[in-house]
Ligand binder design. Structure first.
Ligand code: PFF
Length: 467
């Protein structure tokens, strides 16, 4: 007899875990910078359209596949009698592996900022950009570079914490943390939003975010928004298939999908409307051109200009740290669960070995930011082979290629192999009729896959620039 699969203890437990996975560095560190580079308002409109028309149907599909199959992402396709689609799960695991490698390091930078605001906020205020570059081993004034030991040490601490939690399985603690951590993060974001928008000079940033500048939009921008939406919603990485497999049949899949996507997108938007206006108000023209480290350098001026700013600084990075930790746990858990189930390895050994390998790869990521000139190889049809910075290359590979392809696989599977009527039957297991059957079938069969294919192909044909 098969052992009974674990199930979510409560409805809230699932929502919190899924939202905890979705809300993370992607929303606060990545989104604002991309929105800025992609034409502000124009990027936001594209992003919202993608979440609505592609993100929501893909998330619903992934959760439904998992719940119907009651298995991990790779085996789910076999269980639903289409083993030819196992590659979707495989890509998901590979992507999660690559992303965890750098994610844990950026989590380490966040931890450094918690300590930084606690002990040397004056130094951060005095030179916000310099402080950030300094962490990564670069002095912008002299051009001097060095090994970014501090960033690496903090990255190691973050990775060790993630591994520790996975080995100890303290999900209860995380669930409890999420219950107050998520609302707390939300409240602090609202406070920062008010402060940022009322700073002198912020209006220029606000209008940049509200008035679309279509001149900055290319197919590459749209592909970047597509990858960002999947990354932020934790899609294309097997996670939602796995999470769906722990769901009870009486849960309402559509409602859960809308809540998770809505929360994640709201947090990203608020972060964008804090950080971009703050960049205009505090770093001025010099900072505006420098997308790197948006969430790190641009907020210093905001904290400096508010009463109790240092406390807010500590609190903000602490909450961001936990948001990053809950996301990183879900990423690493996906890889560990797969390796242990598939190869029968022990959980502790698997976690430690994977953690160490990922940490080492992440060191190359951190070093490539400023201290060393490490490059990766990338290809597109317009530019041929190019060699972007290794860190950018990792994001290129995952956000712009592997994640969209894995999400495309999930659509093709539901739309054409397993068939929408089977997915709809699974969705209606909770006893409630699914009102948007026709729309869902159309989106998952035609609109989402065609859009994903067109965006990838057009972007490669016209050149995938970084912005
Ligand atoms: N969604 C997370 C974020 O926006 O930071 C990152 C992430 C976590 C992606 C878990 C994928 C995943 F499976």
């Amino acid at each position: 007899m098969e052992p009974k699969r674990a199930q979510w203890g409560s409805k809230v437990g699932f929502i919190l875990a899924a939202a905890g996975s979705a809300v993370g560095l992607g929303n606060i560190w990545k989104f604002p910078g991309k929105a800025f580079e992609g034409g502000g308002g124009a990027y936001i409109l594209i992003y919202l359209a993608i979440v609505l028309l592609i993100g929501i149907p893909v998330m619903l599909s992934e959760l439904t596949i998992g719940r119907a199959a009651q298995a991990n992402a790779v085996d789910s396709f076999e269980k639903l009698r289409h083993p030819g689609f196992k590659w979707v799960g495989w890509i998901g695991v590979i992507v999660a592996f690559i992303i965890t490698s750098y994610y844990a390091h950026v989590g380490g930078w966040v931890l450094r900022y918690v300590a930084g605001y606690a002990t040397e906020s004056g130094k951060i205020y005095a030179d916000p950009l310099g402080y950030f570059y300094g962490l990564l081993g670069y002095n912008a004034a002299t051009g001097e570079t060095w090994f970014p030991l501090t960033a690496i040490i903090f990255g190691a601490i973050f990775m060790a914490a993630t591994c520790y939690i996975i080995i100890k399985g303290v999900e209860d603690g995380i669930e409890r943390f999420n219950k107050f951590g998520m609302p707390a993060l939300f409240i602090i974001l609202i406070i920062l939003l008010v402060r940022a928008l009322t700073m002198p000079g912020a209006a220029e940033g606000l209008s940049y975010m509200l008035i679309p500048d279509w001149s900055k939009v290319t197919f590459s921008t749209v592909l970047s928004a597509l990858g960002q939406a999947f990354f932020s919603l934790s899609l294309g990485m097997s996670i939602m298939i796995t999470y769906g497999s722990y769901l009870k049949k009486e849960e309402n899949l559509t409602k859960n999908t809308v809540i998770i996507c809505g929360m994640d997108t709201l947090v990203a938007l608020i972060a964008g409307f804090i950080i971009v206006p703050a960049v205009f108000a505090t770093l001025g023209a010099e900072g505006v051109g420098k997308g790197a480290g948006f969430a790190f350098s641009s907020l210093a001026g905001v904290f400096q200009q508010m009463p109790g700013g240092q406390i807010f600084g500590i609190l903000f990075y602490l909450l961001l740290l936990f948001a990053a930790l809950t996301s990183c746990i879900s990423l690493l858990e996906g890889v560990v669960a797969f390796v242990t189930e598939r190869f029968g390895w022990k959980r502790t050994a698997t976690t430690v070995i994977l953690g160490i390998i990922m940490f080492i790869i992440g060191c190359v990521y951190t070093c490539s930011q400023a201290a060393f000139d490490i490059k990766g190889i990338w290809f597109d049809f317009k530019n041929g082979f190019t060699t972007p910075i290794f860190g950018d290359f990792m994001e290129f590979l995952t956000d712009r290629l592997l994640i969209p392809i894995s999400a495309l696989g999930a659509c093709l599977f539901v739309g054409w192999a397993w068939k929408p009527q089977n997915a709809i039957r699974e969705i209606e297991m909770d006893g409630k009729p699914f009102g948007l059957k026709g729309a869902y079938s159309f989106l998952v069969k035609y609109l989402a896959p065609i859009c994903i294919i067109v965006i990838i192909v057009a972007s490669f044909a016209t050149g995938t620039t970084l912005s």
